[in-house]
Ligand binder design. Structure first.
Ligand code: MD6
Ligand code: FE
Length: 208
């Protein structure tokens, strides 16, 4: 496994090719099992109610949701009102490897992108603690990931995230602005009908 330096934010890690094809397939099977219990739903933005271009689900004791009232973590799926499925063991292992000093992950957000979907520049700051990193896994089509600094106005750099790549936002990079400019359709054969899945593991609450 190699590690590539993109910026000088301490705590930002880009680990291309972290998961080989067989592991990507296993992770995809895990995601399929989760969404069979907690179906992908269509989130909308607070205030405007405008739909996101991505669909979402979660696993873990908490899930990140966005609706007309705001962003928050909650224990139930917004449509089915049932608890989120457990985080699959392959992902808890990833967390233990890449966030060894952090308490267990409490939420794993699943983002599903069709060809035209994107994710605007944002910070992950709805958690009650920023001591733990956010660990992300990409599956399926390649996407252009953009990362800046701690201010929205800071200069940004973009690079491609391929299936099996892992990104960690920890330390000084925990609150860095980042987003997905676009998905490059037809760049992976992992998902039969194309598209991209991104998994982000998070700690929400301070350790007990
Ligand atoms: C995505 N990723 O890759 C969006 N957030 O689809 C994120 O928003 C993200 O990759 C926090 C940490 C790593 C990430
Ligand atoms: Fe994010």
């Amino acid at each position: 496994m190699q590690e590539i330096a993109i910026n000088d934010l301490n705590g930002f890690r880009y680990l291309p090719g972290y998961f080989d094809r067989a592991s990507q397939q296993e992770l995809l099977d895990d995601v399929r099992s989760v969404v069979s219990q907690a179906p992908l739903y269509q989130p909308v933005m607070p205030k405007t109610g405008k739909p996101y271009s991505v669909k979402m689900s979660n696993c873990g004791p908490l899930g990140w949701v966005s609706d007309i009232n705001g962003y928050r973590y909650q224990q139930q799926h917004p449509d089915t009102k049932t608890p989120w499925p457990d985080i699959p063991s392959r992902l808890t292992s990833l967390w233990e490897t890449l966030a060894p000093d952090a308490p267990p992950a409490e939420a794993c957000l699943i983002n599903f992108y069709k060809a035209k979907a994107r994710m605007g520049l944002h910070q992950d700051r709805d958690e009650r603690t920023f001591n733990a990193p956010v660990v992300s896994v990409s599956l399926g089509d390649t996407a252009t990931f953009r990362i800046g600094g701690l201010s929205r106005k800071d200069p940004t750099k973009s690079f491609r995230l391929q299936s099996g790549d892992v990104v960690v936002l920890g330390g000084d990079a925990r609150l860095a602005f980042h987003g997905i400019d676009r998905v490059l359709a037809g760049t992976s054969t992992l998902l039969k009908n194309g598209g991209r899945i991104n998994l982000t593991l998070r700690r929400v609450n301070e350790a007990e």
